[in-house]
Design a protein around this ligand. Structure first.
Ligand SMILES: *[C@@H]1O[C@H](CO)[C@@H](O)[C@H](O)[C@H]1NC(C)=O
Ligand SMILES: *[C@@H]1O[C@H](CO)[C@@H](O)[C@H](O)[C@H]1NC(C)=O
Ligand SMILES: *[C@@H]1O[C@H](CO)[C@@H](O)[C@H](O)[C@H]1NC(C)=O
Length: 512
């Protein structure tokens, strides 16, 4: 009995569970086989195998004879196995094959004759340099075609004309210099041609792409946003091109467009964007925009205009943006930030103002802020009135400014503060700063304090952890505690705010 049991355990531990599973493979009960480091497609597989996954092997040539018995095969995935060629008709008889993935191999062309049952074809990371008219003939069920990171240099409409069901086409990281239209793919929802060499998209290219929702031409040499974009578009990516201007009037039919990505171009202005009434995300980072546009789309939730040349932020710029949640204005040259400029943005939770030229924390920021980044400005002090309304603030970054002292009242007014970055400032490590440290510790705030710049004998000490300063200030701390007690009747709001600090500890600090 025991012996039999031991035998069964041994059997199940040996390569896979299936009794006829080939070596270096594992087979599971769902007719799925996975093999690693093999030299040829295993010949003794059960004919019921539905899924065959091979990776990190050495199989330079795929032959028809390897597949003749595998009529049940639905998914064949061959990854990183040095495959250079596929014999004509190898897959032709696999009438159940739905998924064919030949990633990271050395194929120079699309395998010849693919079964009409195919729904997913992924040939990413090969050396395919040309697509022939006949490559995809008859693939009426194909939904997903990926040819990322190959050497394809052009795309003609006839190549893809059989693919009447195609929903997703990925041609990123090729050498495509030209495309011709119209591309007749009535069900195509997603098309990506990132990192190619396109200078121009012909005007008729999109004529028969009436279902297209997601389009990316990021990383090309385009100087204009293509005209006649399909009305169905939800997202358009044009990052890393050579756009100097955007004619929003040519885009006014894009009434569903919600995401527009224009970062890393040469735009100096973006006037007219309000015409895109349903836009929620607009990214314009790394351009040369000097002024915030007078009007922006009213439904905007995220605006990224970081790394530009903006100098001023005024209330007028943001008066319509009631839905704005994320505003990135970092890495500009903002020196003027009008008090209350963002008051109308009653949903704003994330404000990035780092690396600008601000001399003080902007006044009357919206009380909805959860995260405020002011790193790398020239702020000299923190005043109570600047931060007192930020009852939801969880993260405050004041690193690398010119602050030397911390007002205790400021800290008591921030009940939800979890992370405070104060390093890189010239701290004057007086005993009152050490008192601030005790308050922060009591609140459970995670603080990066940085080092003392003054007084001379404490220079270089880390004021959040220095035992030396603590000892020197002990007397001082003690005295003030006593003072408070004997003085009696502390201001009521002081009391209540301290209580909030404690009660709030269990709250949800997630920032969305
Ligand atoms: C494979 O098919 C292509 C086109 O269908 C043909 O040109 C080629 O000669 C075939 N190769 C062999 C070895 O039959
Ligand atoms: C605008 O977007 C909303 C959702 O954000 C959607 O319900 C509405 O249909 C869109 N309008 C158009 C014209 O697409
Ligand atoms: C540090 O603070 C003390 C006490 O307020 C003050 O006398 C001193 O001048 C300050 N030192 C510097 C360098 O600001």
């Amino acid at each position: 009995m025991h012996l039999l049991y031991a035998f069964l355990v041994l059997l199940s531990l040996s390569d896979g569970f299936h009794p006829t599973c080939p070596s270096r493979c594992s087979c599971d009960s769902l007719q799925s086989v996975q093999c690693y480091r093999i030299m040829e497609v295993p010949s003794a597989l059960p004919s019921t195998t539905k899924k065959l996954y091979i990776s990190h092997s050495k199989i330079p040539h795929l032959q028809m004879s390897s597949f003749t018995r595998m009529l049940a095969l639905e998914d064949f995935i061959l990854l990183a196995s040095g495959t250079e060629s596929v014999e004509n008709d190898t897959f032709k008889t696999l009438s159940n094959l739905k998924t064919l993935e030949l990633w990271k191999n050395k194929l120079r062309q699309v395998p010849r004759i693919l079964p009409v049952s195919l729904e997913v074809l992924k040939l990413n990371d090969n050396s395919i340099y040309v697509l022939h008219g006949s490559d995809f003939e008859g693939l009426k069920k194909l939904k997903i075609l990926e040819l990322k990171n190959n050497l394809i240099s052009s795309l003609s409409p006839t190549t893809l004309s059989s693919l009447v069901s195609l929903q997703s086409l990925v041609l990123d990281d090729n050498n495509i210099e030209s495309v011709a239209g119209p591309l007749a793919l009535p069900h195509l929802k997603r098309m990506s041609m990132e990192n190619n060499r396109l200078h121009l998209i012909p005007a008729n290219f999109f004529m028969s792409l009436q279902s297209l929702q997601f389009l990316s031409f990021s990383g090309n040499f385009l100087t204009e946003i293509p005209i006649n974009l399909p009305k169905s578009l939800l997202s358009l990516k044009m990052e890393r091109n050579q756009l100097k201007v955007v004619s929003f009037r040519d885009m006014k039919h894009l009434e569903h467009l919600s995401h527009l990505y224009l970062s890393e171009n040469s735009l100096s202005s973006i006037d007219g964007a309000q015409i895109l009434a349903n836009l929620t995300t607009l990214e314009l980072s790394q351009n040369q925009v000097r002024m915030l546009p007078l009007r922006l789309p009213a439904k905007l939730q995220k605006l990224d205009i970081s790394n530009n040349l903006i100098q001023r932020v005024t209330a007028q710029d943001f008066q319509d943006l009631r839905d704005l949640k994320h505003l990135f204005l970092d890495n500009n040259i903002v020196s003027l930030f009008e008090a209350g400029a963002l008051q109308m943005c009653s949903q704003l939770s994330n404000l990035a103002l780092e690396q600008n030229l601000l001399l003080s924390i902007p006044l009357r920021l919206p009380g909805t802020l959860a995260r405020l980044d002011l790193k790398g400005n020239a702020i000299q002090d923190i005043a109570e009135r600047e931060l007192k309304d930020l009852k939801k603030l969880q993260v405050l970054n004041l690193r690398n400014n010119r602050i030397s002292a911390l007002d205790l009242k400021v800290l008591e007014g921030l009940p939800r503060l979890r992370h405070l970055y104060l390093d890189g400032n010239p701290w004057n490590c007086t005993c009152s700063l050490i008192r601030a440290r005790e308050i922060l510790k009591a609140k459970g705030t995670d603080v990066r304090g940085g080092q003392c710049a003054a007084p001379a004998e404490r220079q270089g000490e880390s004021w959040m952890s220095s035992k030396k300063i603590m000892r020197q200030c002990e007397h001082h701390l003690h005295l003030t505690e006593k003072n408070k007690e004997t003085k009696k009747k502390p201001k009521p709001e002081e009391h209540s705010s301290i209580r909030i600090n404690i009660d709030d500890d269990d709250d949800d600090y997630e920032i969305d």
